[in-house]
Design a protein around this ligand. Sequence first.
Ligand SMILES: Cc1cc2nc3c(=O)[nH]c(=O)nc-3n(C[C@H](O)[C@H](O)[C@H](O)COP(=O)(O)OP(=O)(O)OC[C@H]3O[C@@H](n4cnc5c(N)ncnc54)[C@H](O)[C@@H]3O)c2cc1C
Ligand SMILES: *[C@@H]1O[C@H](CO)[C@@H](O)[C@H](O)[C@H]1NC(C)=O
Ligand SMILES: *[C@@H]1O[C@H](CO)[C@@H](O)[C@H](O)[C@H]1NC(C)=O
Ligand SMILES: *[C@@H]1O[C@H](CO)[C@@H](O)[C@H](O)[C@H]1NC(C)=O
Ligand SMILES: *[C@@H]1O[C@H](CO)[C@@H](O)[C@H](O)[C@H]1NC(C)=O
Length: 515
Amino acid sequence: MRSLLFLSLVSTSLALQLPFKVPFFQSTSPQEDDEPVRGTPRVAIIGAGAAGSSAAFWISKAQERFGVDVEVDVYEKTSHIGGRSLTIYPHDNDTFKPVELGASIFVKANRNLWRAVKEFNLTLQDYSDEGNDLGIWDGEQLLLNLPGNRWWDTLKVLWRYGVMSPRRSNSLVANMLKQYSTLYTIDSPKWENITDLAHSLGWTNLIENTGADFFTSNGVSRQYVFELLEAATRVNYGQNIDSIHALEAACSIAADGASQVEGGNWQIFDRFLNHSGANIYKDTKVSRITQKQSSKSRQWVVHSDKGSTGYKAVIIAAPFHQSNIELPTALASQIPKQPYVHLHVTFLTTTSPSLNPEYLALSPNEKAPSMVLTTYEGARQGRKAPEFNSISYHGKVSEDEWGVKIFSEAPIEDKWLESMFNNQVTWVHRAEFDAYPKLPPTSSFPPVMLDRGLYYVNAFEPFISTMETETLASRNVVDLLLNEEFSSSICGPRISASTKETAPVDANFVFGWDC
Ligand SMILES: Cc1cc2nc3c(=O)[nH]c(=O)nc-3n(C[C@H](O)[C@H](O)[C@H](O)COP(=O)(O)OP(=O)(O)OC[C@H]3O[C@@H](n4cnc5c(N)ncnc54)[C@H](O)[C@@H]3O)c2cc1C
Ligand SMILES: *[C@@H]1O[C@H](CO)[C@@H](O)[C@H](O)[C@H]1NC(C)=O
Ligand SMILES: *[C@@H]1O[C@H](CO)[C@@H](O)[C@H](O)[C@H]1NC(C)=O
Ligand SMILES: *[C@@H]1O[C@H](CO)[C@@H](O)[C@H](O)[C@H]1NC(C)=O
Ligand SMILES: *[C@@H]1O[C@H](CO)[C@@H](O)[C@H](O)[C@H]1NC(C)=O
């Protein structure tokens, strides 16, 4: 069961759409100096999360392979590398093992992260080792309670949902993953338009329908969809199965090999930057990007609290509306307002080995499951909605203390915690995130390229929002940029048309790493 829940990822070969033609916008800041660009061309990357750090890494691959002459500056407004991937120490004490507060897991299908871990000698930790017992809570009762991962738990699942629904659901996800895996082949599409990418991958149905409509119309029972699949979309994306698009719903349940990096996933992004040779400007917030154009040259000017610098190209690698970057109106207006799920993450330590069974409407001597996921099904039928999206025990932090993480839409009060953990809470850390986009069915996405030399990685997020897909989106953006501005690419002197006959068959081949 456990392996069904959680994230992973995702694809078809498509003929490359070359050459890349995009509309041009006129300069909007003619008052700037007209100096021609001299010396080594520079590229700016804004944001040092999964997207920005990997963008720097991909550029360095082209420098290494083809001697592309470029200097890269990465701007990060915080002192932290990794963005929404970050860890904390229980009790704020670094003698404890750090725990993930934001992006926690990735799966084997996530080949860039998987590969990076190997290349950088980081250590993977199997997430499913945590051995959680699963329950699904509807706000008033546990619809499913699988305390032990024993044979009768399997029977319980079969009894409740039958054989066909899990099987059909798994096969729909497997088809999606098969398509997804083509994004790592030498024939991977390069895209300027995410809608077109979705079409070429055969995912039109997945983006244009809710998870609920897609799975039920493909023969998965309503009960399975609104209980199990919804539990997965709620824990992974804080959204219900009848409001999230089917692609992200399918990603929520593709979970084979769920893992994390020992010591924190952010280390992958730190290593990307270290290996890239880029200049890193931490604690440096970008406030504005303007354009400077003369008859001889065209430059983007990045304004930060450390001054203004001209660039040949700029990569925006943060959610645009949260970044507070001011862009010329003609460019900013291309990016539709994108609401994000505002998520409360509560991490606590407790000496209580399990949740209060009474809260979960169990009898006092029954053991509560150590991972409680939720469904909105009760609320749809007029009952009470769950007060949280998920609660999970994450193993011991010390001899007699466990670490527990709660995701919720509203803040979780101390009083509630005391009752849920039998008055045995020893430490609490609360954090809030604009965690992931709200992902209703759609057929339009923000542009990947806002203008010549100005790229937007996080256009990908309303399509799929994960650490891995941000590294795929950045790979694509870097290929477009290198092609347009440097007549190069990550894997060749230019983005080449299909090379089917030379396509390697090695199953471990990862495009961009192995070329
Ligand atoms: C609680 C939580 C759980 C999640 N769970 C998972 C999971 O299990 N697996 C998974 O794959 N994904 C998960 N995600 C989603 C994942 O975190 C994101 O999809 C991914 O990390 C986004 O990376 P990014 O680099 O695009 O953006 P970010 O990580 O947001 O990085 C953007 C960076 O840009 C910086 N920045 C912003 N504005 C400016 C500016 N004006 N100037 C300079 N710098 C700026 C920010 O400080 C930040 O460091 C989770 C997210 C949250 C919040
Ligand atoms: C950190 O925890 C260790 C025990 O794990 C303890 O000995 C030490 O005093 C703690 N440090 C602080 C600053 O509390
Ligand atoms: C990883 O370890 C191998 C073998 O010990 C070593 O050859 C390699 O240089 C290391 N890589 C990094 C990035 O440290
Ligand atoms: C990576 O670089 C940072 C400085 O930007 C440094 O603190 C960190 O130790 C480096 N990591 C490695 C593995 O070199
Ligand atoms: C992407 O292409 C579709 C047609 O397939 C078009 O309707 C849409 O406007 C394009 N999006 C962008 C951002 O250019």
